[in-house]
Design a binder for this molecule. Structure first.
Ligand code: NAD
Length: 337
């Protein structure tokens, strides 16, 4: 019996710590009275020929139909020769931009107090096109694909994001001095879009220099846009600036208004099943999903409760130097609601 006033959203609990932190999101949402009905989907145990992956066609259809979802981390076995689950999702659902906000959490002290960065990562091509083969024995090749279409799309998204979120600056991160054709095309697209946004400062920064600047003084940056591989690495670096992977959310933006939120981190096999994971990253990802649905009151309420719990410091998980379990932390967030 489903209530027609409820918004349907897809949830993939995922692997490793995924089910534990997904449980935390469900508990917090139900305590906050969020009007969402979850359609729960698990990764299959055999390859679905329609997707060439362990993700079923029904799972993909669920996201396409609902247009919003939340995903836990999915483990990709190295060298097993089938398509990565994350790559399948990104390609099949055309999730072209991955947005990763990263800001200092009040009350949780790190080297920097005022980190406030947004990395926007191209999500469908670059080195992650999944096009690798052996040329001859002992020589392998991986194709880095950069297209005008995908670069324009992510650049447009980055500038639009900057404008609608009151941001001042967009930095395009690249290595066009070496990768002249690929990163060169990416930069050309960013420049073209930048011209349409004269109110936003545009700059180009070489990736190695960007890393050095970020760890020395993160306030030099505002919104960063970049090809796939660089985005993967830089966003983990940014997570490190504010206290680690347990804290940083992200949202994948797809064609036709699809939003699939997920934590930046992976399945954390070292702590899986032990009730030790920090659910904050997935909770904040769920909050970004609520903002996408324009359920801003609920989003604010939940975000405040999370930030208060962390600031108070009584209940913190191991990654933040505390002793609390996932359940204890989640209960504390619920108490603040
Ligand atoms: P990981 O992010 O799973 O773990 C890195 C370290 O961070 C570990 O020490 C882990 O315990 C810790 N950590 C991560 N999330 C945490 C949390 N919420 N609370 C506390 N500690 C946390 O990275 P990995 O070990 O390189 O990857 C493990 C698996 O996850 C691999 O199969 C990889 O392919 C997959 N992965 C999936 C995604 C995704 O689904 N988006 C992203 C990255 C990695």
């Amino acid at each position: 019996s489903s209530d027609s006033n409820l918004i349907r959203a897809t949830i993939f609990p995922g692997d490793g710590i995924g089910p534990e932190i997904a449980q935390s999101v469900k508990q917090v949402f139900s305590t906050a009275g969020v009007p969402i009905e979850w359609e729960e989907h698990y990764v299959g145990t055999e390859i679905d020929p329609r997707t060439q992956s362990f993700l079923t066609w029904e799972s993909l259809e669920s996201v396409r139909r609902n247009k919003v979802g939340l995903k836990g981390p999915m483990a990709t076995p190295i060298g097993k020769g089938h398509r990565s689950l994350n790559l399948t999702l990104r390609k099949e659902l055309n999730l072209y931009a991955n947005v990763r906000p990263c800001y200092s959490l009040p009350g949780y002290k790190t080297r920097y107090d005022n980190v406030d960065l947004i990395t926007i990562r191209e999500n469908t091509e670059g080195e992650y096109s999944g096009l690798e083969h052996q040329v001859v024995r002992g020589v392998v090749e991986s194709l880095k694909i950069i297209t005008r279409q995908a670069s324009m799309r992510v650049a447009e998204y980055a500038f639009h994001y900057a404008k609608t979120h009151g941001r001042q600056r967009v930095s395009a991160i690249h290595k066009a001095n070496i990768m002249q054709k690929t990163d060169g095309l990416f930069l050309k697209c960013c420049r073209e879009v930048a011209e349409k946004y004269p109110e936003i400062v545009y700059e180009e920064v070489v990736i190695d220099n960007c890393c050095m600047m970020l760890v020395k003084n993160p306030s030099l940056f505002d919104v960063l846009v970049m090809p796939n591989l660089y985005g993967d690495i830089i966003s983990d670096l940014c997570a490190g600036l504010i206290g680690g992977l347990g804290l940083t959310p992200s949202c994948n933006i797809g064609e036709g208004g699809i939003a699939l939120a997920e934590a930046v981190h992976g399945s954390a096999p070292d702590i899986a099943g032990k009730n030790l994971a920090n659910p904050t990253a997935l909770l904040l990802s769920a909050v970004s999903m609520l903002r996408h649905l324009e359920l801003n009151d609920k989003a604010d309420q939940i975000q405040d409760a999370i930030l208060k719990t962390i600031a108070e410091g009584r209940y913190r998980t191991g990654d933040l130097g505390g002793k609390s379990t996932t359940t204890e932390f989640t209960n504390a967030v619920c108490d603040h609601l």
